[in-house]
Design a protein around this ligand. Structure first.
Ligand SMILES: C[S@@+](CC[C@H](N)C(=O)[O-])C[C@H]1O[C@@H](n2cnc3c(N)ncnc32)[C@H](O)[C@@H]1O
Length: 347
């Protein structure tokens, strides 16, 4: 940029002044929050106001850098500085606690290298319409997680927490009593399946996942009271899914897939299911006006090559795979959620 001619008047544009308006570190807020979460600073501040030295000692960090970091955390909204100089937790900081259900795993996963490095190639993904993950890592995001267990755990935690509400509302509103064998396809660590099985004492469940995620589920469910009713099955849903189910749950899986793979997965479910069985699809739905889902949609583009869809697009995929009686499932309390809940019948 060429400097403006110096005519004695104050410059019209003040880059230093603009810094306060357009915080150029906005992109780094996620990384800040990941650091806050990894250091477990919110757990410490949740106990009450703390000096920076107290926080540093509690989390095992260098006192001088913690003093600097906490001041910056105020700028990024994760902590607040009281008049006596001690720090307290903001509402945003609460979301990063490890000792209560929170978005901590989500924040760590989406700001971890597995996702951030592909995001560095956002412009390329938009230019080409292709996911950047394979270019960066040489494998897809799920294989990356198979190779990076810590990030995989944070990712699984984020899937768990984002499933709690849908699982609760579905288990209350949907008639599960008619099913005997419920297969959760790509069911992560079983939050949805275990909630559903509580409502269906007659049914057995199958949690179908990639091999490394099955092992995460095995650990997470080891002490679960419903463990004996759950088969843990490893495989690739693009090859085949467990047979004989009369209900297939497919939650937040289709949006990770491009149309051809989504069609393959649904065809595999249809082939595996017993006649007159049901498939319940729960997934991100595009709203008429741009919303938070559009940001998720770009996440799908960059990371997996999938996409969020309109209800009509989900229905089109289901009917294309051979499903009939496709209808929205009303979930009282879930109306404002940006998720489609669609039931389909395998004829
Ligand atoms: C976005 S997560 C959704 C998890 C869970 N259904 C939920 O709603 O929380 C997608 C899941 O699909 C699993 N997955 C991805 N590709 C798969 C494949 N080829 N075969 C089986 N599972 C797969 C992933 O391991 C991941 O847990």
């Amino acid at each position: 940029m060429r400097p403006e001619p110096h005519d004695g008047a104050a410059p019209r544009f003040s880059p230093l002044g603009a810094l306060a308006q357009l915080n150029p570190f906005t992109w780094a807020t996620g990384l800040f929050l990941r650091g806050v979460a990894e250091l477990k600073i919110p757990d410490e501040l949740a106990r009450g106001p703390r000096t920076s030295d107290q926080v540093a000692d509690a989390v095992g960090a260098d006192r001088a850098s913690m003093a600097r970091f906490l001041r910056a955390c105020v700028v990024h909204g994760a902590a607040q500085r009281e008049t006596d100089g001690r720090y307290t937790l903001t509402d945003l900081g609460q979301l990063l606690r490890s000792d209560i259900p929170s978005l901590r795993g989500f924040v760590i996963a989406v700001n971890g290298p597995g996702m951030v490095r592909p995001w560095e190639r956002l412009a390329e993904a938009v230019r080409t319409g292709r996911s950047a993950t394979n270019d960066v890592w040489g494998v897809d995001i799920h294989e990356y997680y198979a190779q990076h267990p810590e990030e995989a755990l944070a990712y699984a935690e984020s899937c768990d927490v984002l499933t709690i509400e849908a699982a609760e509302l579905l288990s209350r509103a949907y008639d599960f009593a008619r099913f005997q064998r419920i297969v959760d396809v790509g069911g992560s660590r079983g939050v949805l399946l275990t909630r559903v099985l509580k409502e269906t004492p007659q049914a057995g469940g199958v949690l179908f996942e990639l091999p490394t995620v099955v092992e995460l589920a095995r650990t997470a469910l080891a002490e679960h009271q419903l463990r004996e009713r759950i088969e843990l099955t490893a495989g690739d849903f693009l090859a085949e899914v467990p047979t004989g189910g009369d209900l297939y749950l497919v939650k937040n899986v289709i949006s990770d897939l491009a149309d051809a793979d989504a069609a393959t997965l649904l065809a595999n479910c249809l082939k595996a299911a017993v006649p007159d069985s049901r498939l319940l699809l729960v997934d991100w739905v595009l709203q008429p006006a741009p919303s938070f889902v559009d940001a998720t949609d770009i996440d799908c583009l960059v990371l997996t090559g999938g996409k969020a869809r309109t209800p009509e697009e989900y229905e089109h995929l289901l009917s294309g795979a051979g499903y009939t009686n496709i209808s929205d499932v009303p979930l009282p309390g879930f109306e404002a959620a940006p998720m489609a809940v669609i039931e389909a019948t395998r004829p």
